[in-house]
Design a protein around this ligand. Sequence first.
Ligand code: HEC
Ligand code: HEC
Ligand code: HEC
Ligand code: HEC
Length: 451
Amino acid sequence: MKRTMIFFALTAVAVAGIAQQPSKPATPQPPPPPAATAPATPPSVPGHFDGVASCANSGCHGSTQPLNAARVLQNEYYTWLSSDRHAQAYNVLFSERSARVARNMRLKGKAYQETVCLDCHSTNVPARIVSGKVDPEDGVQCEACHGPASGWRAEHTMAGWTHEQSVARGMIDLRNVPTRASGCLSCHLGNDKKEVDHELIASGHPILAFELDNYTETMPPHWRRGKDTVTAETHGARAFAVGQAVAFSQSLDNLARHARGEKWPEFSDMSCINCHHSLEGSGWRQERGWPGRAGLPAWSPQHWAVLRLLVGRANPSARAQLDNDVAIIATRVGHMNDSNGVFQTAVEARHVIDGVTPQIASLSWRDDDVRTLMRTIAGDTDFILTSDVHSAEQTALALQSLASALTRSNPKLLKSPMTEAIDALFAEIQNRERYEPARFVQKLGTLRAAL
Ligand code: HEC
Ligand code: HEC
Ligand code: HEC
Ligand code: HEC
């Protein structure tokens, strides 16, 4: 699992990264795009992928230093190539670990040849919508996140051309938080086209964990903060909250699909620890008891763990309804027999959360509100005590994102008991096998005292 350290430190890491030699040879530079006047040729067909080389000209996004000539930094390509994990996403498919995953999954080819891996570890799009050079070697490149560039690449350098015009011609609107979240989650949680299910995990793939704001701020930033770019409206506490809602919605969609398909029951929907634990010293489970029939595995509440508290603030009656739906889902997933019931409830719950997401977005996110929310999350100990390590991870990531929002307006918090208490939370979940709810709850108490 990944977390932002603290955003100042992060900038330093990014700068240090840039100072290093890029780990991959620079891609050959294409001819410069049309000058900032009307394009010589009519606009090309939108929706085609041009490839990363088409962004990498030094006058475009391939400068080695941030420039002050345009609204954007212009060294985005360099930042991505030298220090962003996405540029390495294809290379990891050559590792021992990848070979083992491929073997266990009985894939015909090598990991780096297989669609199931390339779909998330590269920009794997059908040849009919490629007009430039889209090489798997380029990993998760610009267009995997920003969308196919053919419809706006030349045009977006023209004076007066707007972000909205680019979006109308195929650019993905990353300023729209739900849109951005579902783009990241397509690879970091999985969707109807690709996912890391129990078969991949059992074969050796790492477990995926994601929280939108933390993971965004963990990327070496290739964007500026400021008016008309990345703002507190789209990065920070509000983005965290909307990201939570979108992740829950997408996890329900995945669950509904599993319930309808051949994969049912899909063990990655459940709490790993229910099946994977030693029987030595297991008396505490018998002491604790089970919410339903003894000894059944549980649905993992990780995507509902923190979101409950946000929905509770935005729309209490939706919270009551979702609590009810979630209880039904949990029972049915544990029994593993009523897949139709799981499907129906998951679809219904998804409908409710999608309706509440705009209300969550329009909550107030002033520092006072953020602090109150942090107290609520850190005080939610009864839930944590009966939940799994993945819910604890979401709790820690949430508190970290909210703390970063506070630190942004008050840098003194960088060295404070609050920051130390959050570090202590991450220490508790660093090793999932050794996670103990009671100790995590104790650390939450320390954080509450520091708020
Ligand atoms: C649904 C998207 C998805 C699919 C499908 C997928 N991966 Fe991944 N993989 C990821 C993500 C996201 C990460 C990074 C996880 C993190 O650090 O949070 C990752 C990480 C990895 C890592 C660890 C990399 C490292 O830096 O340590 C390996 C190895 C890996 N994947 C191999 C594979 C192989 C082999 C396949 C095909 C059998 C595959 N992946 C399919 C999304 C996916
Ligand atoms: C893993 C996803 C991802 C990849 C890969 C990626 N970006 Fe980005 N990029 C983002 C996000 C997220 C933002 C912030 C957008 C926002 O919040 O408005 C961003 C912002 C930007 C911005 C600033 C936009 C603005 O309005 O201020 C530029 C320019 C940019 N990216 C160019 C690139 C280029 C060029 C590449 C490839 C070399 C690239 N990006 C690769 C996710 C990505
Ligand atoms: C096309 C699939 C894809 C998309 C879209 C994508 N990622 Fe990733 N991401 C990956 C893969 C694969 C890795 C692992 C790469 C590796 O290990 O080298 C990764 C790694 C990361 C990491 C590093 C994790 C670590 O353990 O160090 C962060 C942070 C991250 N992604 C954030 C984001 C954010 C934020 C977005 C959306 C703006 C996003 N990603 C969109 C596939 C994707
Ligand atoms: C309903 C029970 C169940 C749940 C829940 C479950 N698994 Fe498994 N898992 C199994 C079984 C059964 C096997 C095969 C065990 C064997 O061969 O020894 C397995 C195998 C594995 C393996 C490979 C075997 C090994 O020892 O390395 C890994 C890794 C694994 N699971 C991880 C997970 C993770 C991570 C989760 C949660 C996302 C999870 N499992 C959820 C039942 C479960």
